[in-house]
Design a protein around this ligand. Structure first.
Ligand code: ADP
Ligand code: MG
Ligand code: MG
Length: 201
């Protein structure tokens, strides 16, 4: 399998930043249906800041890459998704500690810690039509393989379509949130598919 060292984590986040650039319009369009039409631009701002920070400062370990990225997302993204993604990455980074290389099992465990942090901060659970619907099954499936995690995340994002939103702005719409894919679950699927793609390089 791939070597999960500092360079790997930097490649993953660079791939995510590029994916956000490509998907920004679509994410904002999804957010215009059940939110305030800023999810794409929020993540663009956030991941551009992540890219800049990782170019300036070369963290010494995988955990430090994730915590640096998480800090950037928290400080640059005004919307709900900034602190939530920031918490995901900071918690995951903290769980990795200062190891120079991590195993897939350690990464899976760290991602589960990050997901628990998101649930704690946002008060949502799986099925509430949020990013957790993609992240939670992905973190579980990562124990099996990167490809299984990517598949679980994409399936989880698609499965938000028929759900009623119970957290975040979309919940203000009540029944009218039904029939639309959650923007945050969609960007979360990107985060995991870019992880899997980086692992396959
Ligand atoms: P905002 O809603 O502040 O404009 P964004 O548009 O960037 O922020 O992000 C919206 C996404 O954030 C939603 O699609 C959802 O996935 C996620 N989200 C919102 N509130 C929560 C929450 N309490 N728990 C988990 N995810 C949430
Ligand atoms: Mg929004
Ligand atoms: Mg907003």
């Amino acid at each position: 399998g791939p070597v999960l060292d500092t360079a790997f984590f930097r490649r993953w986040l660079a791939a995510m930043a590029a994916a956000v650039e490509r998907a920004a319009d679509r994410l904002t369009e999804l957010d215009s249906a059940i939110g305030d039409a800023d999810h794409g631009s929020n993540l663009q701002r956030g991941f551009r800041a992540v890219t800049t920070a990782l170019e300036k400062d070369v963290p010494a370990a995988p955990g430090a890459v994730l915590t640096l990225a998480g800090r950037q997302l928290i400080s640059t993204v005004g919307g709900a998704s900034g602190p939530l993604y920031g918490t995901l990455l900071r918690r995951a980074g903290k769980a990795l500690g200062d190891a120079a290389e991590v195993t897939p099992a350690e990464l899976a465990e760290a991602l589960r810690a990050g997901v628990a942090g998101v649930a704690q901060l946002g008060g949502a659970k799986t099925g509430d039509k949020t990013m957790l619907d993609a992240l939670e099954p992905a973190a579980e499936a990562l124990g099996t393989s990167f490809a299984a995690a990517a598949e679980a995340a994409e399936r989880g994002a698609l499965a938000t379509v028929p759900l009623l939103a119970r957290k975040g702005r979309a919940s203000y719409l009540g029944e009218r949130s039904i029939g639309h894919q959650d923007p945050g679950a969609t960007s979360s699927a990107l985060l995991i598919t870019t992880l899997a793609a980086t692992a396959e390089e």
